[in-house]
Structure formats: C-alpha cells, structure tokens
Design a protein around this ligand. Structure first.
Ligand code: PLP
Ligand code: TYF
Length: 388
C-alpha cells in the first residue's frame, strides 16, 4: 500500500537547523528558523516560566483528562492580554485551547471548510512556509496575491486592496496580526482600517494569525490594529500562539479564538470545533497552557513575564538599529517588526553566504534577526556588502 505514497518536499526552514548544527566552523551565524535567541545564541526558558513550573510541580495533584477544549482558565486568562481589558467577559468572544498556533490554524481551516467546502481564502505572498499546505490540506482554495515588494521592502497595499475588492461575501482573508513572517513588513494603522472596512462592507471573514504578540512594538501595540478590526466585523477567527512570547515552543501552547455576535451560531461553532479537535488530537497538551495560566493569574509573575518579553523585543530592536547603521542598504530594517526581514538576495547569494561565511538563512533571504549577537553585526554587514 505504501508504494502509492509520493515523495514530499521537506521543510526547508527546519532543514536549516540540521545544516547549521553540522557546520564545524566556530564563527557560524544562524539566522534560520524563527526562534528567539539571546546574545549567546541560546533560547532560554523564561524565568517566569521556570517559577510557574516550580509552582505547578507542587500544586498539581492530578493529570487526569481536562477535556477537548483544554484549560479554559488559560483561555480566559489570555483574553485581556490578546483582546484588551474591555473584552473580558464579552460573550461574543471565546476560544478553545489548541496545540500551538499551527493547531489553531489547522482547526480554523477545518472549521471553515466544514462551513463552506472549498471556501476561498485570500493569502498575500510571501507568507509563512506552512500557511499554504495547511490551508490546502484542509480543503480550502487559495487565492494568492503578491503583497510584498522586496526592492522597496514594503507592503504592496494596492494588491491587497484589489484582492479584497475582488473577493466575494463569505471569502476568507488571512492576515498576519503583527511581525509579519517572513518580511517584518506590517500594515500601517490606516491600511488596517481600510482592510477592516473592506471586510465589513464585503462580508469577508478575517482569519488572523497572531504568533508574535509582544515581539514587535509591545503587547498592546502589536494587538491594537486587530482589536480595532474586530470592532468592525461581526465574525472572525484568531489563531494565537504562546510559543514565541512565552518561549514555550516545544510545549505547543496556543488557542483558537472566535468572535461571533450571534449566540446560537456561536454555540454551534464551538460544538464544531470540539467535534473536529476530538478526531484530530482529542485534547491539547496541558503543561504549557497551565504554565501560561499560572503566570497570567499572578500579578507579580505576569509582570516578570512581560518585562522579560520586553527585553527580548528590545534586543531585536537594537539589532535592527545596529545593522541598519552598519550598512547603508539596510535602513529598511528599522521600519519592520519582529524577528524577521527578507533581504534582497538571490538563492545563489544565500548559498555563497553559507559556504563562504557560515551565515545561515532561508533561501528566500529571510533572516531571523534574533540569531545575531551584537558583536556579529559588523561581520554580517561586511558579508552582505557585495550583494546589497
Ligand atoms: N504563524 C506564524 C506566522 C508562525 O511564524 C508560526 C511559527 O511557527 C506559527 C504560526 C505557529 O507557531 P506554533 O505552532 O509553534 O505555535
Ligand atoms: O517561520 C519560522 O521559522 C517559525 C518556525 O514548519 C517554524 O515559524 C518553521 C517551519 C515550520 C514550523 C515552525
């Protein structure tokens, strides 16, 4: 039977991890896969997480099943962080725990495909490596438009506007809430307002991917445009990841939030999410979500966490500023947000940076700026000179 299986492409980003690991050169630089790293190139467990884990070790008396929706205390605790204090207790907004942002996106896609088989989803490119396969595997139909210009390093807003103007009621619009992966080029507040207006006017459903809250301009600022958009549309899905902003990557922590102003529809939506999750993973992993719940429900721990997150964000900021100052062609880095930017390099140039300088980045030219130590800024700037 297995003879019928076709070969599948591997994930080029995850492959970079192995390539970098196997490189014996001491001065190698890893700008590949999107995880935050400190000055030492290490992805530490946050101190707030360690404290919450210690508390959990003592307080947890059972590991019995929690249920398909997961830890609802975790979901409730996230609502003010993600959507603002004003929406605490707002019945139009709810969620379920998911195995990471990927699980949330996949379940959203399954739900949408159940609601409307083969529904169209508008996706600006380039986008996160997993978006296309994930949406397509669920059965959705992708409508693609080019939304980033590498030469000007900015969003091609007319292409987004044109896509939304051409979309039909019931179509889905995938949006990166902040810290666009792979370009770092986020929509401006005015552009967000226009997108919100078009979604409301044309009956389009926003599917918002929020995987980096707090790593761009700060927890509140990163969520603000999405919060404004949610005021304008009756229905939306938000796939949330805690894996970057709590550095819990392997614990697979996330949630799928849904806004639905009609109570009966909302109940049905929840029932369908639970039903879909039951056949996919039955229940999400508990540990990381319990840790996030403990952090967010303790004011001192929550402050400790948001201070640590701020420090991570500021480190990425300072790397953007330093690199832009070290290379006249890289000024755009300071206009972009989050871990990623896509440098205007060809795949051949990316390869020669790897072979000649042991600098690792995605073939697209995407760099994870957090992979850089401050002392490596001049090294990278010099290595890029022949090309940019
Ligand atoms: N969305 C984007 C844009 C991402 O970059 C990632 C990163 O992995 C995810 C979603 C999913 O993250 P995770 O499944 O680790 O929560
Ligand atoms: O884009 C990134 O680098 C992160 C990590 O299949 C990642 O989002 C990359 C590829 C993948 C899963 C996660």
């Amino acid at each position: 039977l297995f003879a019928a299986l076709k070969d599948q492409p591997s994930d080029s980003l995850l492959e970079l991890i192995q390539l970098h690991r196997a490189d014996p050169r001491a001065d190698k630089i890893d700008l590949g896969v999107g995880v935050y790293k400190d000055e030492q190139g290490h992805t530490p467990v946050m101190a707030a997480v360690k404290q919450a884990e210690a508390a959990l070790l003592h307080s947890q008396t059972s590991k019995s099943y929690l249920g398909t929706a997961g830890d609802m205390g975790f979901v409730e605790a996230l609502i003010p962080v993600v959507f603002g204090e004003a929406r605490r207790g707002d019945t139009a907004l709810s969620g379920v725990q998911m195995p990471g942002g990927t699980g949330a996106l996949r379940l959203a896609a399954e739900l949408l495909n159940r609601a409307r088989p083969g529904a169209r989803v508008w996706v600006g490119t380039p986008t996160w490596i997993n978006h296309f396969p994930l949406l397509e595997d669920a059965g959705l139909t992708i409508r693609e438009y080019r939304s980033f210009d590498r030469d000007t390093q900015s969003v091609i807003f007319p292409a987004l506007r044109k896509a939304l103007e051409g979309a039909a009621p019931g179509d889905i619009v995938l949006l990166h809430a902040c810290c666009h992966n792979p370009t770092g080029a986020d929509l401006s507040p005015e552009q967000w307002r226009e997108v919100a207006g078009l979604c409301a006017e044309r009956g389009l459903l926003p599917l918002i991917d929020l995987a980096y809250q707090g790593l761009g301009q700060g927890l509140e600022a990163d969520a603000a445009p999405m919060r404004d958009l949610l005021k304008q549309v009756p229905e939306a899905l938000i796939a949330y990841s805690c894996n970057k902003n709590f550095a819990l990557y392997r614990d697979r922590v996330g949630a799928l939030f849904y806004q639905c102003r009609d109570a009966a529809r909302r109940e049905r939506l929840r029932g369908n999410l639970i039903n879909l999750a039951r056949t996919l993973w039955s229940m999400p992993p508990d540990h990381g979500a319990a840790v996030v719940r403990l952090i967010l429900s303790d004011a001192a721990l929550a402050k400790m966490w948001s201070d640590e997150l701020d420090a991570m964000r500021l480190r990425v900021h300072s790397l953007r500023t330093a690199l832009a100052a070290a290379h006249p062609g890289l000024g755009f880095l300071t206009r972009q947000n989050g871990l990623f930017s896509t440098l205007p390099l060809s795949p051949e140039e990316v390869l020669s940076l790897r072979t000649q300088h042991s600098i690792y980045m995605a073939a697209s030219g995407r760099v994870n700026l957090a992979g850089l130590a401050t002392a490596q800024v001049p090294v990278l700037a010099a290595a890029l000179r022949p090309y940019i």
